[in-house]
Design a binder for this molecule. Structure first.
Ligand code: GDP
Ligand code: MG
Length: 672
């Protein structure tokens, strides 16, 4: 077997991960969302006599060192010894896609162009002459369909051919004579430098002109580094004199000129652009006035359907656990073992597991909205609405919307942001977006107090999270993170009908994460809580005299001004730091899930809260410190505890203030 290392590179959302999954049989997440893959994924498969090592690179538009994804991709192409790079491009947006292609040509990568989504291009009336393209570029151009695997066989055969005869793809790259001449001057010096034998010379020359810090650093450490730098500075100044523009801009327009020529030759386009269905839908969905209403409506429908469809399933699971609990209690007889299993484990873990149908439905909805392309529009809507008022960078809305699912991937998604300040600000805001783990908390309060208006109450909670995030952003932007955000054009992916299998898999994948949590963190805490609830250091049987009761009683006064100064609520909030679902399992353990009373949690909630203090509690759990996994994610993304702790401080303070306002204004208005 011969080994082949092959990279998949390309703009975001062109189908790289789809190709990767088709070939490796893996299930990396495919999303209709620019910036989905942030880390490179690796997979293996065999074809003929070759053993492939396939790497799915994060999508990017450029190979500068502005964002983490760009660095990951560029390191792979420059430093790792890959055999072939498959550049996947979206046929419907060929011009824009080729900008990255040109940069990979500058690197001299051993390239193949895989033209995907030609169906969309044809709908727009664009006809690409693949053979002519290949001739003009100097490397193979293959039409593929990542969904149907059309063209895959040809693609792999070509990979093998190209791997056997590596070629420098920069050969046919041509810039206008003036620029070319100057690049050659710098290139000459680079090629003669012993310390720079292994770097692509034209690329290095261009990067020097673009003032790329990583490349400059490398060159400066080479034996003749200072001479090369002098030469590069000279050329820079010259270009500035001639074009009255920075070298970066001059090079960018040279690249576009090359692409324009290429496309004019090889792509036939209609005289007038054809308006696609996607364009027409967007006229309504991203309409400045309608968009916010559509967004709220979509969310409302999501919550309403989730609850209405999920409820009967939830009841079935609840009754099953309740039956199991009473059966076990009868078998085991009264005693410690029976109590720990029935009250502790089934009450705690079972109490959380009953929410599996609701969580699955919620993820199903989110996956569908994400895969069809709507979530990108939602981010776009929020951006349009808020950029000017709050000063938040448009890219921050993508992680924030992802935060509706889970905070951990949302924090990782901030990697697409170039500016450190903007990125930190986004991380501070993600926790305010209500993640799916908080859903069970709202669900038990809705069941106890607002059974008629579940969807509406949930909508208000989610909107509260968004509004609070924006207010906090506005405050932080004027204090901690001063300075203007860079403008940003958000790219909207074409609407697609997501595959049923893909959406189900995606939702199931996330639900599995929830089940895993139930079996680990939540189980551990259920047992721990049961222990603390059943140890009475000073004797007695009053639950308040248990260790748990005493801890709760000690901190409860802190929450009294918010309306829920009971020891049970205090304990639930404290345990929610581990995972938000534990709040529910705490109530479950406290209530016990005995046979004759499977509405134990509801009863406990109704007796220790009022509707108003219940809502205040929901708001507090929405806004206070996220679970340890998110804190850990921020810590590892920022290499230290500083921002993680800052986030904790911001969230707890905000939660306290908001809940205080809700409860006290509610009292004044007579909702007590
Ligand atoms: P990546 O960001 O480059 O990894 O792109 P993905 O593989 O995540 O795909 C982005 C979107 O394009 C997903 O919604 C895919 O289902 C869709 N997609 C991928 N390939 C094709 C194709 O050949 N035709 C069509 N119509 N859609 C595709
Ligand atoms: Mg991807």
């Amino acid at each position: 077997m011969k080994k082949l290392i092959v990279g998949l590179a390309g703009n975001p959302n062109v189908g790289k991960t789809s190709v990767f999954n088709q070939l490796t049989g893996m299930h990396q997440h495919v999303g209709n969302w620019p910036g989905k893959t942030v880390e490179k994924a690796e997979g293996h498969f065999t074809h003929g006599e070759y053993e492939y090592d396939l790497v799915d690179l994060p999508g990017n538009y450029a190979l500068s060192a502005h964002t983490m994804e760009e660095i990951v991709s560029r390191d792979f192409i420059v430093d790792d010894d890959s055999d072939v790079i498959i550049n996947v491009v979206d046929a419907a947006n060929l011009d824009r896609n080729l900008y990255l292609t040109v940069q990979m040509m500058e690197l001299g990568a051993n390239l193949i162009l895989a033209v995907n989504m030609n169906d969309f291009a044809l709908k727009k009336g664009h006809v690409i002459n693949m053979d002519l393209m290949s001739e003009l570029l100097g490397f193979p151009v293959i039409e593929i369909n990542a969904k149907t695997k059309e063209g895959f066989e040809e693609l792999l055969c070509t990979v093998e051919k190209v791997a056997a005869n590596p070629k420098d793809s920069s050969e046919k790259l041509s810039y206008s004579n003036d620029i070319k001449g100057h690049l050659f001057e710098i290139q000459d010096f680079i090629e003669q430098d012993e310390g720079l034998l292994n770097v692509p010379s034209i690329w290095t020359a261009i990067k020097l002109l673009e003032k790329d810090t990583i490349v400059i650093d490398k060159v400066q450490h080479a034996p003749n580094g200072s001479r090369i730098m002098v030469e590069a500075d000279k050329v820079s100044k010259h270009l500035y004199d001639v074009y009255n523009d920075g070298p970066e801009e001059v090079i960018a327009s040279a690249r576009y000129a090359f692409i324009d020529g290429l496309v004019a030759e090889a792509v036939a386009k209609p005289e007038v652009e054809i308006e696609t269905l996607s364009d027409r839908i967007d006229k309504v969905v991203t309409n400045r006035i309608l968009a916010p209403f559509i967004f709220v409506l979509v969310m409302f429908i999501m919550f309403q359907v989730t609850f209405v469809v999920g409820a009967p399933f939830q009841t079935v699971i609840e009754e099953a656990f309740s039956a199991l609990s009473s059966w076990l209690a009868a078998q085991l007889g009264p005693g410690v073992i029976s109590s720990i299993i029935c009250d502790g484990i089934i009450g705690g873990v079972g109490g959380v597991l009953t929410f599996t149908p609701i969580i699955f439905l919620m993820f199903l909805f989110l996956s569908f909205l994400e895969d069809c392309g709507y979530l990108a529009r939602a981010a776009f809507t929020l951006d349009k609405l808020m950029h000017k008022i709050v000063g938040l960078h448009g890219k921050a809305f993508i992680p924030m919307i992802l935060g509706f699912g889970c905070g951990v991937p949302a924090i990782m998604a901030t990697r697409t942001m170039e500016n450190e300040g903007d990125r930190m600000l986004a991380m501070m805001l993600v926790p305010f977006m209500s993640c799916t783990a908080r859903l069970p908390i709202y669900a038990i309060f809705v069941a106890a107090f607002f059974p008629e208006n579940g969807g509406l109450v949930l909508l208000s909670i989610y909107l509260l999270g968004i509004v609070v995030a924006l207010v906090v952003a506005a405050i932080l932007k004027r204090t901690m993170f001063k300075g203007l955000s860079t403008p940003f054009v958000m790219e909207l992916p074409t609407y697609k009908v997501p595959s049923v299998k893909g959406t189900l898999l995606h939702a199931w994948d996330k639900t599995k994460g929830f089940l895993k949590k139930a079996g680990t963190i939540i189980l551990t805490f259920a047992i721990l809580l049961w222990l603390l609830e059943n140890i009475y250091p000073f004797g007695g049987t009053d639950p308040q005299m248990s260790i748990l009761g005493m801890i709760g009683t000690a901190i409860a006064p802190i929450f009294a001004p918010l309306g829920f100064g009971t020891w049970q609520a205090a304990v639930a909030i404290l345990s929610g730091l581990a995972a938000k679902e534990v709040v529910v399992s705490t109530f479950g353990t406290l209530a016990g899930m005995s046979a004759d009373d499977h509405t134990g949690i509801t009863h406990l909630i109704q007796t220790s809260f009022t509707p108003l203090s219940g809502f205040s509690f929901m708001a507090f759990t929405l806004l206070y410190t996220p679970c340890v996994a998110v804190i850990g994610a921020i810590k590892s993304e920022t290499n230290g505890y500083k921002w993680a702790l800052t986030m904790c401080a911001i969230t707890v303070t905000t939660a306290y203030i908001v809940s205080f306002l809700i409860y006290n204004i509610g009292l004044l208005l007579g909702f007590g």
